[in-house]
Design a protein around this ligand. Sequence first.
Ligand SMILES: Nc1ncnc2c1ncn2[C@@H]1O[C@H](COP(=O)(O)OP(=O)(O)OP(=O)(O)O)[C@@H](O)[C@H]1O
Length: 328
Amino acid sequence: MTAPATATATTTSGPGQPAGSLAVESTGLTKRFRRQVAVDGIDLAVPRGSVYGFLGPNGSGKTTTIRLLLGLIRPTAGSHSLLGQPMPQAAARVLPGVGALVEGPAFHPYLSGRANLLRLDAADRTAEPGTARRRVDAALDRVGLLAAAGKRYRAYSLGMRQRLALAAALLAPRELLILDEPTNGLDPQGTREVRALLTHLAAEGATILLSTHLLSEVEQICTHVGVMHLGRLVAQAPLAELRAGAVPRVRVETDRPEAAARVLRELGMSGVETATETATAPLGRLAPEKIVAELVRHDVPVRGFAVVAPDLEEMFVSLTGEGFDVSG
Ligand SMILES: Nc1ncnc2c1ncn2[C@@H]1O[C@H](COP(=O)(O)OP(=O)(O)OP(=O)(O)O)[C@@H](O)[C@H]1O
C-alpha cells in the first residue's frame, strides 16, 4: 500500500537559498541493513527541470534510496542535498517544496479520499486551513478522483489508492516530486493519465524523480535516467546522450542465421549473435552494402537487412545483466 510522506516542516525556503542546478545531489550515499548493502555509495545528480527515471530491477535499491533522500531513514554513510540545501539539516526549509510518494503508512480505511486528504493537509503546518477544501479538491481533480472523492478509502481499487497518494503529494505547489513507482497498480488508462499528469507538472517547471522498473515509462516521459543494479548506480545520463552513444547493429533476417553469422564473422565482425531467424552484430566500420553483397555471394537467403540503433532495453540489459519489464 502506498501513502504520502508528509512534510512536517514549519517554514518555507528562506532568504539566501542558493539556486544550484541540481534538484537532487548525493555523494557516496550508502545504506546498510546489518550485513546487506542496499545502497552502495551512489552519486545522484538530478538536474532541475528534469524528469529523472530511476530505473532498476526489483531489489536493486530504488526504494531505499528514495527513503534516504526524503530523510525517512538515515544513511550509513554519504550525504545529499535537495533543491540545493543540505539534508537533513535543511529539512524544515526544503520539504514543503517536495512532494513525495513512497511506501508507508496506509490512509485511514474508513474515511473518504477527500477526508483523508483534509486530514493530511491539517497535519501540514505550512498549509493554509482556509483554502484546504479548495486545494484538496483541486488535487483530487488533477488525478481524476474528484468523482470518487466521497467514497471510503477501503472501497478504492489499488489504482485509486495510488492516485490518492499522488493527490496527497500535490496538495501544495511543489518544486520537486519524488515518486516511488507512481504508476504501480494502475490500469492502462490510469497509467496513461498519470504519465500525462507528470508530463504536465514537468512542463510547469517541477523536477520529477520517479522510480520504476518499466523501461517504457522511462522512454515515454523521462529526460534523464539513472540505472540501479545491486545497490549501485551503474549509469546516469540524459536519455538523448545514451541514445546518441549507442552503437548501431546490423540485423539480418534469414532462415539460415548460422550461415549469415559465419559470413559476418568472416568479414571480421565481432559480437555476432543469432536467434531463430536473425543474425545481428555491431556494425563497426564496415559499409552495410558490402555486408549485403557478401551475404548474397555466399548464397545466404536474405529476407531483410537493417542497421538499427540498439533499443534502450538492450543497453540496460547489458548494464545490469538482467531483463527489464518493457510492458506498460
Ligand atoms: N528495512 C530493511 N531491512 C533489511 N533489508 C532491507 C530493508 N529494506 C530493504 N532491504 C533490502 O535492500 C535491498 C534493496 O531494496 P529496495 O526495496 O530498496 O529495492 P527496490 O529497487 O526498491 O526494489 P522493489 O522494486 O522491489 O521495491 C533488497 O535486497 C531488500 O531486501
